[in-house]
Design a protein around this ligand. Structure first.
Ligand code: IPE
Ligand code: IPE
Ligand code: MG
Length: 217
């Protein structure tokens, strides 16, 4: 069985660069290439949606040179993407500066009518903030139903999250899709994100296919 929606926590870019004597910024560039490979392979395998964790709310606390390097890679990707995926973002993109916000709006608009896989990028995103925002919107609308809440999460346009894959060796979610993760299968790999290739996507999907999902039943 192919997961409908896979989340990738793209961790380990900095360590990949440092271990090669390169600046951390080189890790983000290599990470972007891995992201492209992974998205392409997931689409080929029939995954409907991929969400990648590119920049967390907490990542804003990193040194300015590093956040600038990450966001510059993101803007370059947005400006140059010409493929067939439907690109969306989730997170508080407006807090990341006008240049970032503009490039995000542009790629979303340019790809809105595409028919390929949904490709959702979590940027300036935190699962706790997303839950709080949805809860506030529910209160405002006077709608406290589960459906109403879920429709106000920023993942509402995507299929249910079936699988989360985290590279880089850490075994935690670091705020990634906390509500949506409830019954997602989890795969943690020591591989650093820039070392993630098509074969790693294949391996993760095979592992997913071999899992028994019970949903409490
Ligand atoms: C994860 O890579 C991506 C972002 C946080 C943008 P890291 O920068 O956390 O890489 P490591 O974990 O330090 O190796
Ligand atoms: C998680 O990685 C966020 C992204 C991959 C964008 P971090 O490197 O920020 O997570 P922690 O600090 O190890 O939990
Ligand atoms: Mg990290």
């Amino acid at each position: 069985m192919i997961p409908r929606h896979v989340g990738f926590i793209m961790d380990g870019n900095g360590r990949w660069a440092t271990s090669r004597g390169l600046p951390r910024s080189a890790g983000y560039k290599a990470g972007q290439e891995a992201m492209e490979r992974v998205a392409k392979r997931a689409a080929e395998l029939g995954v409907e949606a991929v969400t990648v964790y590119a920049y967390s709310t907490e990542n804003t606390a990193r040194p300015e040179a590093e956040t600038a390097a990450i966001l510059s890679v993101v803007c370059d990707w947005n400006d140059n993407y010409r493929g067939d995926m439907r690109v969306t973002y989730m997170g508080n993109v407006d807090l990341l500066g006008e240049r970032v916000a503009k490039s995000v709006r542009t790629v979303e608009e340019r790809t809105a009518e595409n028919t390929g896989m949904r490709f959702n990028i979590a940027l300036g995103y935190g699962g706790r903030e997303d839950i709080i925002n949805a809860a506030k919107a529910c209160c405002k609308a006077g709608d406290l139903s589960r459906e109403g809440f879920e429709s106000r999460l920023s993942s509402a346009h995507l299929p249910p999250l079936d699988l989360i894959v985290r590279s880089g060796g850490e075994k935690r979610l670091s705020g990634f899709m906390l509500y949506e993760a409830a019954y997602a299968e989890l795969i943690f790999t020591d591989k650093l994100w820039p070392d993630f290739y098509e074969s790693d996507v294949d391996a993760a999907l095979s592992e997913f296919a071999a899992r028994t999902r019970k949903f409490g039943k």
